[in-house]
Design a protein. Structure first.
Length: 250
């Protein structure tokens, strides 16, 4: 019994289309993502990967098509809608507040308050420390300032924050593009650990090595069109490259 047929999809994209002033960025895109599944989204620059992530996260509204979350059709009108549905995004530029501590970044815009209406720092710190330990994000402490951390540590904080708030799906846009080898390996480990939490993951990556290492399925986009979806175990790099480029391999 695989995760695939054991559950209904967390996220179902059906016939998604997005046009910007007459130019079609995404056309007729459909994809299901299941709990505890990692789906990689691959394609050349300009294939529409980031546009798709922005549609799922509510930054863009699709021109047509439907988004269904756990069987319920939703209208994603803005990014807070996606959050309300348990979807979190880690963008390349991370959107962390550099001057703030790690624990404040974990709760940006969602800070808990105590019965006096004051920030519940104790709770924030405790939850941050717990999560950082669980995910094994190697940062000096919850009190560290973001700007004093390395790239991998920042990435770890961003993913930990997404993990803390996501109940269904995490979208990762090139999470290791700017990282060295050791930091990349660490982030990949964290991404793999999300499977155990039964969270769905959609990851954009330029690295086919990473895609084959992490993903259960690979979805190829070319010029806004979905070329196909393959089970990672049943395909190889040559086939995926041929799908990305549109050149047949023999």
């Amino acid at each position: 019994m695989t995760a695939m047929n054991a559950a209904e999809p967390i996220l179902k994209l059906n016939d998604i289309r997005k046009t910007f002033g007459g130019i079609t960025a995404i056309e007729n895109f459909s994809l299901d993502i299941f709990p505890g599944e990692i789906v990689a989204l691959v394609g050349d620059n300009g294939a529409g990967k980031s546009t798709l992530i922005k549609i799922i996260s509510g930054v863009y509204t699709p021109t047509s098509g439907t988004i269904t979350i756990e069987g319920e059709t939703v209208a994603m009108s803005n990014a807070t809608m996606a959050r309300a549905h348990g979807i979190e995004v880690v963008y390349q530029d991370l959107a962390l507040a550099d001057q703030q501590t790690v624990y404040m970044n974990m709760f940006l815009g969602r800070e808990p308050v105590n019965s006096f209406g004051l920030l519940d720092r104790r709770k924030m710190i405790a939850e941050t420390e717990q999560l950082v330990k669980e995910l094994d994000v190697r940062i000096p402490s919850a009190y560290a300032t973001i700007r004093d951390l390395s790239g991998g540590q920042r990435q770890g904080v961003a993913i930990a924050r997404a993990t803390h708030w996501a109940s269904k799906l995490i979208l990762l846009d090139e999470p290791t593009a700017a990282l060295g080898v050791a930091e990349t390996a660490k982030v990949e480990e964290i991404v793999q650990s999300l499977k155990q939490r039964n969270i769905g993951v959609l990851i954009i990556s330029h690295s086919l090595d990473q895609v084959f290492k992490l993903s259960d399925r690979i979805c190829v986009l070319r010029r806004g069109r979905q070329i196909g979806v393959r089970e990672t175990a049943k395909t190889d790099k040559n086939e995926i490259i041929a799908m990305i480029t549109g050149l047949q391999h023999h």
